[in-house]
Ligand binder design. Structure first.
Ligand SMILES: Cc1ncc(C[n+]2csc(CCOP(=O)(O)OP(=O)(O)O)c2C)c(N)n1
Ligand SMILES: [Mg+2]
Length: 760
């Protein structure tokens, strides 16, 4: 037994003292000549050699945690959440292959170190220490966050949002099979499996439940889902206890998820369970759940005084379950190493870590905004432009369109134009997948994906289960697996419950991987109002602020059919070439619109250009479209606002007011130079924004004009800061043409008055 804990010691000191004393107390067992390729004890598949490697990874991880604490105390450290108590997760890595993509819990340090052992040339100690001090040369995030990630180790970095990596993990597993089925070279070996770890409290998060449910549902459909979910159960989520046995009760008896469990105090048992689970997943291509019971040492993080919610006695009892001590005992009992050798090894690693920590502390940090932001959005328009004109062969196109080429079909509506562009893209880009709710057989609520499943098959155009988070998770997984996902969210209002997958996961991935991973995706969303009183708020939502403030996200919003086709081609090319994450926001109310000024004028339909013209009609990201060259007023608008503004402009013209209408087309990045140029042409600007007065697009446009010192008159009309009611009442809060016209006349009148006064 170990004497009681001395209160004057820090938790780190207690942990080290406990380790030394307990391992020291093993003395007398002694090493002998043993065959390291034999099992480390009867009944296990963990050999002596593997056990040594696992122990080494655990020791490395433990010393890195201690370094996080001393670096913090000494100043340069900026991150203290560690893996102490969880280190036997190294045995899980040992049971996997280094080419199995891994999405890790922030306490999977043992796993990370063990995986690094499997890839020659890895420098896990240095890498993690550089992360702890946020050094600019840290190899995964470039000093932007302390994450477990490494491209060479197939470890995809995670964010701090617990469980948010799980939909992507499920998506990567989905993509593995799908890529093979559609003949695309996958990013991972054919028999790879996905490893995804998380904590016991995180397992209750709806994101986790959604991902696990989607995995099981997919298997139930007869599809493959090779993912090993690993729950590192330390019984706590910061200070909140997970009720006893909850993980086991909730997850040991699920329909399509085989359950395995192990004790963190037994690396041989953990290895056996992990290997059995991995073999099951690898051979059956079905998911498994590995429940690893462990303890958490040193509190949740450096700032967490565990003593505030746990008794000293209970904290002391945890020391009995130190996985390092138990692993050392296993090696000693197998007569592989003397306890003193194990302690010397620990000391040698501690010394190495100390030396590397001192070195890390002196490494360069990120030094400017531009350096920090460099990976947020890769934009290479010179590479995107040629990619937009890639088209399938004439024969392939003829077959994709069933002999009726869209360029020969006469002018198309917005919906038809998007449909034709998706058809061409599916025919051109074999890696492209279209999926979402009702996009398959039904062809979308508004018919935008009609016929695509029939033409390209259910493997490339398919319905998902009803969960936007899963739709995005599949997109994220496919994106990092060599596919080009084009998911659909049925209505903008239904993005919100899943939005973190776009914001926290997709958009941050290049940032937290220093551009080593990208999230190519073109997310189509039907949105905006003016459904003629139908649908109420949730089918008329125009909450674009939630998209516009995501750094690096491209937000395209076409209003006209020809722009829709060209802009969709641009987004697909940008996703393909630059790995851009694009949102393609489609105005529902204009999907089937044909006329603009009067019935039958056909001014809102447009011919579909043949591939030979795609280059000439390319619309670069962030470029506006200007209608007319009137110098009396510049109306800046987008989506339904373009439609309404063009109608207003024609009425103004009959009264001698010459307006030009600027359709900004891109809500992010805004076409600032175009807006400014057109604003200056008239000297007065009316911004027509159908979204909201607060948090809409107009605020950004006004700011852009003010920032550029535009000194003309600026006015704006918007919808109200309201939700949208059903029926005719919707028109009380949605911006109306009459308001646009009145504002335009008022602006022109007031400026004329001012000029007249000035000249008097
Ligand atoms: C979505 C979200 N909510 C809250 C937090 C704050 N938070 C960080 S870790 C944590 C507890 C997680 O516990 P568990 O999953 O058991 O992992 P452990 O730290 O115990 O290994 C919480 C609440 C977060 N990071 N993300
Ligand atoms: Mg926990």
């Amino acid at each position: 037994m170990v004497e009681s804990v001395t209160p004057t010691q820090t938790p780190e000191q207690e942990l080290e003292r406990n380790f030394r004393e307990r391992v020291g107390a093993l003395s007398g067992i002694g090493a002998a000549e043993v065959d390291l390729d034999q099992p480390v004890r009867d009944g296990t598949r963990l050999t002596g050699r593997m056990a040594v490697a696992v122990f080494d990874a655990m020791v490395a991880s433990r010393n890195l945690d201690l370094a996080a604490r001393y670096l913090r105390k000494e100043g340069p450290g900026v991150y203290t959440i560690g893996s102490a108590g969880h280190e036997s997760n190294a045995a899980i890595a040992a049971a996997l292959r280094p080419t199995d993509p891994a999405l890790l819990h922030y306490r999977s340090g043992g796993f990370y170190c063990a995986r690094a052992q499997q890839v020659p040339g890895s420098t896990p100690l240095r890498d993690i220490l550089l992360g702890l001090v946020a050094a600019a040369d840290e190899p995964i995030s470039g000093g932007r966050h302390k994450v477990f990630g490494n491209h060479a180790l197939a470890v995809i970095p995670q964010t701090s949002t617990i469980a948010s990596h799980m939909p992507r993990a499920m998506g990567v597993a989905f993509a593995m099979e799908r890529a093979q089925r559609i003949g695309v070279t996958p990013a991972w070996p054919a028999d790879a499996i996905v490893a995804c770890s998380f904590g016991d409290a995180s397992l209750n998060h709806s994101t986790a439940l959604g991902a696990l449910n989607a995995a099981e549902y997919t298997v139930h459909q007869g599809l493959h889902m090779p993912v090993l979910f690993g729950c590192e159960d330390n019984g706590f989520g910061i200070s909140v206890r997970t009720p006893g046995d909850w993980v086991n009760i909730a997850w040991s008896n699920r329909p399509h998820l085989r359950y395995f469990s192990a004790e963190g105090t037994d690396i041989a048992g953990a290895y056996d369970a992990a290997l059995a689970a991995a073999e099951y997943v690898r051979s059956s291509r079905r998911p498994a759940f590995l429940h690893l019971r462990c303890v958490r040492f040193l509190g949740h993080a450096g700032t967490d005084a565990e003593i505030g919610y746990r008794s000293r006695a209970e904290i002391g009892e945890d020391l009995e379950r130190d996985p390092l001590v138990h692993a050392a005992r296993l090696l000693a009992e197998a007569r592989i190493a003397e306890p003193s050798e194990l302690l010397s090894k620990y000391d040698a690693v501690a010394a190495d870590v100390r030396r590397l920590a001192d070195d890390a502390a002196n490494q360069r940090r990120l030094s400017s905004a531009s350096e920090v932001m460099e990976p947020i959005a890769r934009r290479r328009p010179q590479l995107v432009a040629p990619d937009v004109s890639r088209a399938a062969s004439p024969d392939a196109r003829a077959s994709a369109f069933g002999g009726r080429l869209p360029e020969e079909a006469g002018p198309l509506t917005l919906a038809e134009s998007i449909n034709a562009t998706l058809t061409d893209a599916l025919a051109t880009r074999p890696e492209l997948l279209v999926f979402g709710e009702d996009v398959g057989r039904k062809g979308g609520v508004y018919g935008v994906t009609r016929g695509l499943q029939r033409r390209f098959g259910i493997t490339r155009v398919f319905d998902t289960l009803l969960d936007e988070q899963t739709i995005l998770g599949v997109g994220l997984g496919c994106g990092v697996s060599g596919l080009l996902p084009v998911p659909e969210i049925q209505y903008l209002a239904y993005l919100h419950n899943a939005e973190d997958q776009l914001r926290g996961e997709a958009a941050t991935l290049p940032f937290f991987s220093n551009g080593q991973y990208h999230n190519p995706m073109v997310l189509r969303i039907a949105g905006y109002g003016y459904q003629k009183g139908f649908g109420g708020h949730f089918h008329n939502d125009a909450a674009v602020a939630v998209l516009r403030d995501i750094p690096g996200l491209v937000v395209a919003s076409p209003s006209q059919p020809d722009d829709a086709a060209a802009m969709l081609r641009t987004c697909l090319a940008a996703a393909s070439v630059d790995g851009s994450t694009c949102v393609f926001l489609e105005p529902i109310a204009l999907y089937h619109t044909r006329d603009l000024f009067s019935t039958g004028d056909g001014a809102w339909v447009a011919p579909y250009p043949p591939p030979s013209q795609w280059s000439a009609c390319h619309v670069p990201i962030g470029s506006a479209r200007v209608h007319g060259d009137g110098s009396g007023l510049t109306i800046v608008t987008f989506a339904n606002g373009t439609y309404m503004s063009l109608r207003v402009a024609s009425r103004l013209a009959t009264d001698g007011i010459d307006a030009r209408v600027v359709d900004i087309r891109w809500l992010a990045p805004l076409p600032v130079a175009d807006i400014l140029r057109e604003a200056e042409a008239a000297g007065r600007v009316l911004i027509v924004d159908e979204t909201r007065r607060s948090g809409g697009v107009s605020e950004g446009i006004v700011s852009a004009l003010v920032d550029a010192r535009f000194d003309g008159a600026i006015s704006r009309v918007t919808s109200q800061d309201s939700f949208v009611p059903l029926g005719e009442a919707a028109n009380h809060v949605l911006l109306q043409e009459a308001e646009i016209e009145a504002a335009a006349r008022a602006l022109v009148g007031s400026v004329d008055d001012r000029q007249r006064l000035r000249s008097v």
